[in-house]
Write a protein that binds this ligand. Sequence first.
Ligand code: GLN
Length: 538
Amino acid sequence: MTKYIFVTGGVTSSLGKGIISASLAKLLQARGYRVTIQKFDPYINIDPGTLNPYEHGECYVTEDGAETDLDLGHYERFLNTPTSQANNITTGRIYQNVINKERQGDYLGKTVQVVPHITDEIKRNMRILGDSGNYDIVITELGGTVGDIESLPFIEAVRQFKWEEGSSNAIVIHLTLIPFLAAAGELKTKPTQHSVKALLEYGIQPDILVCRTEHHISPDIRKKIALFCNVNINAVIESIDASSIYSVPLLMMKEQLDKTVLSKLKLPAKHEPDMESWKDFLGRLKNPTAEVKIGLVGKYVELPDAYKSISEAFIHAGAKNECKVRVEYIPSESIYPENVKEKLGHLQGVLVAPGFGSRGIEGKIEAIKYVREHEIPFFGICLGMQCAVIEYGRNVLGLKDANTTEINDTAEHQVINMMEEQKNITTKGGTMRLGAYPCDIKKGTKAYSAYGKQHITERHRHRYEFNNKYLAQYEEAGMIASGINPDSKLVEIVELKNHPFFVGGQFHPELKSTVANPHPLFVKFVAAAMEHAKKKTI
Ligand code: GLN
């Protein structure tokens, strides 16, 4: 029988519910439990696929092609197990399901209401992963902050769920903040008391409080929180600011969050969490023997969350190479022929990021020209790969107006164009080429030396592709297709033969990089940057 843990947030947003959920899941997994995490988001978009990255950070794509919240990336990076559409549900999806059912006549004769129809649909979705039989424990993170109008139906659904399942089968962890008032020199518990009161008003007594804090919480303060919030003293968990999100599982282990959870769920502790390989990763992360500076050229760089999976993939690949990777975020719009040397000349590697639309695209192309000519390691992802193809077309093949149809649909040389099956699609949500597709790697290429195998799969999120009409011309001129989709023959990876490291992928490798499995292309790219650094110092 599956047990359920709900994680709610109080006092303020951005406390890191995703990291706490992932850390707890990691510890339970390391004790031998089969665990998954799902996120319920209270906004009305069906999924975050149509959101501008500035709104909500990166859109994370799962194996089955769901466009989801970036917290799912944390779940996968921590647990090293894939998530799916069922792991991310929004208010929009709940309402869509209910309205579809209403139209089909499923509620014939009834008035369809928030309670019970919306709350029932929420509970049904909360149970889907548990009902699959694949998990002992399902952790459900509720987006938003308790007290928000939007999250009310979710909170009510949790209350009912807990009542239906019983207190040892469904528990609530409330993540809250204990602010430090510098003027008073004190940690303050009142906001936490108020936020627990808000939960109580909705009929939910939290079982465990995880308290975010900048300073250690004294036993007296723990006692005070326990007393006024009506929880056991060992259910007051300190979550102190950490230098890395990857330290949080160990901090939670020290606080015995996993043990407390298991005892509340009446599950055996089995054995101490086996965190050896995690500690090994942290050891390498915290004791690098080299350092490289890599530029991330993109159009959303003011908000690093827009590139969350890329920056995490650099952390994994850096640890693997025992190298500190300093990522310098460079707005692509700021790059011109006159300043490109000043912008990029000091870097040991440049990654050109994914993106949509024309803003900043010429800066990306300029950056690629510079790193190609100066033999600085280059890694292009999705739009970054497409820009590399455009740059090579314009400056090496002499196709002067080479472009992507996305930017110029009247260009003579549309070296990147829309796939046939995309041409008749007019709606936006969930209609791109999404999710995992197979790719065959050519032996003897840089891609092969990274992956070490011929058949791989990678996740996609795009509408445009390499135009195969130009493939022979490109290959003759030195840009080869080292990865091809075996079914559609679409070009998935391009690379240059005569360059230390110049690789572009039509897919998003960053989405598959985890602590246990750093992505091979990122690992090779960082290694190439380290080589470049050595060359410079000789
Ligand atoms: N805009 C490009 C496309 O749709 C690239 C998308 C991306 O970088 N994810 O093909």
